[in-house]
Design a protein around this ligand. Structure first.
Ligand code: 5GP
Ligand code: ZN
Length: 156
């Protein structure tokens, strides 16, 4: 279709006039882009794994979460459960239906993984490191599931 005929199409002209005539058309244009940017960080390694741009040894995936082997395992079983939405840390979870569902899905996934890895009965540990003193190194929320050996207390 030629640009001229596209612009001169009466229906298209009326749509464009209505859309750009609105006071808040700018925000209507950029709001979806801002939402997309909030949910996916381009430079985050776990977002890259979610998008399939970086490889991982995936053990489970559903609409909201993904679980894969930690690259530097601290025990015979060491799986990371990660929400697909980019949330930096546990204290950034919001009191929204979306985030409540994500948190529920993460916990449900931990149970599935524990059964899948056959550590549910023996026992295992779930760890969420938060901020520098908590030892967080990747700023995309993740739950470590660690098992397959005796855990010690207190942790280091
Ligand atoms: P944190 O220190 O933030 O609690 O945990 C980050 C974890 O991510 C670490 O255990 C680290 O080994 C793991 N990790 C870092 N980069 C990668 C990666 O590219 N792939 C995988 N599978 N794990 C990673
Ligand atoms: Zn991310």
């Amino acid at each position: 279709m030629k640009t001229g005929s596209f612009i001169h199409n009466p229906k298209m002209r009326s749509f464009l006039l209505k859309f750009f005539g609105q006071k808040n058309f700018f925000w209507k244009l950029i709001t979806p882009l801002l939402k997309l940017q909030k949910n996916m960080k381009t430079d985050c390694i776990f977002c890259k794994i979610v998008r399939g741009e970086m490889s991982s040894k995936k053990v489970y995936e559903n609409e909201k979460v993904i679980a894969f082997h930690d690259i530097n395992p601290q025990a015979p079983v060491h799986i990371l459960v990660v929400p697909k939405k980019h949330i930096e840390k546990i204290t950034d979870l919001e009191d929204s239906e979306e985030d409540k569902e994500i948190l529920y899905d993460i916990i449900k996934t931990c149970k599935i993984i524990a059964n899948q890895m056959k550590i549910a009965e023996r026992g295992f540990r779930i760890v969420v490191n938060t901020n520098p003193e908590g030892g967080q190194t990747v700023y995309h929320l993740h739950f470590h599931i660690i098992g397959g050996r005796q855990m010690r207390w207190p942790p280091g």
